[in-house]
Design a protein around this ligand. Structure first.
Ligand code: GLP
Length: 263
């Protein structure tokens, strides 16, 4: 895993945006996996800025979001559809038909989850998956105990996640108990993963998924099995990593041959 530690949240957001910008320039039909939560907001702000100022073209880009609350309609202000629309899609020139977010109100959600997997396949698979990390080490809504071989399905949220996400609702009672989420194995099939984490409250989860054992108790730890993961961390999120000085040294001393390809 490539671990990049930057001073600030703004710096990791910029670095992530640069990686995505380079990838779209190299492959205008890029398939992007996207995440919600507070963490990727800086990245989305940067992508909007690059689109406006440099004309970065999203017209042929396809997106797949990781997850959605079960039961929330797309126009619900706390749905992930709405979040993505407000924080990214309506500010860039993406084609609505290329945007995919799991449908929280699908009449047959179980069959729908299989269809979501098929749609990802039909699009040629995800080139870059953007990920945040829950404070319990989850990715998407793959709560502790999720199979590391899991695919898109319905998950029951933990009390901790419900409380963490209650800040977006009027109270914890309003937070749905279930979500549709890509599975851990779905995520691992992406060609590249970009994991962002910021703040001291993520430090424990970050240390666990990067340096701890691979375990379904910390589903992000499955990323250790992926050949191409970049973790972008601010100082606070990196503060519990034992090897953080080594990661810094590796990053500063990378030879040209070791730099990642754009796609
Ligand atoms: C939710 C989302 C995750 C996200 C996590 C962390 O549970 N399903 O995809 O990574 O929250 O959110 P935040 O970035 O707000 O800390």
């Amino acid at each position: 895993m490539e671990v990049i530690i930057k001073e600030t949240y703004e710096a990791i957001s910029q670095e992530a945006a640069t990686i995505i910008r380079e990838a779209i320039l190299a492959k205008p039909t890029l398939v992007l996996g996207l995440a919600t939560g507070a963490t990727p907001l800086g990245l989305y702000g940067e992508l909007i800025r690059i689109h406006r100022q440099e004309g970065l073209d999203f017209s042929r880009v396809t997106t797949f979001n990781l997850d959605e609350y079960l039961g929330l309609p797309a126009d619900h202000p706390q749905s992930y559809h709405y979040f993505m629309q407000e924080n990214l899609f309506r500010h860039i020139n993406i084609s609505p038909e290329n945007v995919h977010t799991p449908q929280g109100t699908a009449p047959d959600p179980v069959a729908y989850c299989d269809r979501y997997e098929e749609e990802i396949q039909r699009a040629g698979g995800i080139d870059i998956q953007v990920l945040g990390v829950g404070s319990n080490g989850h990715i998407g809504f793959n709560e502790p105990g999720s199979s590391l071989g899991s695919r898109t399905r319905i998950k029951t949220l933990t009390r901790e996640t419900i409380e963490h996400n209650a800040r977006f609702f009027s109270s914890a009672d309003q937070v749905p108990r279930f979500a549709i989420t890509m599975g851990v194995a779905t995520i691992l099939e992406s060609r590249r993963c970009l994991v962002l984490a910021s703040g001291r409250e993520k430090a424990r989860a970050v240390a666990a998924f990067i340096e701890g054992p691979i375990t379904s108790s910390v589903t992000a730890s499955a990323l250790q099995l992926h050949p191409r993961v970049t973790a972008l961390l601010d100082e606070a999120a990196a503060s519990r990593l034992k090897l953080r000085e080594y990661y810094r040294w590796v990053y500063e001393n990378k030879s040209a041959a070791q730099r990642w390809r754009a796609t």
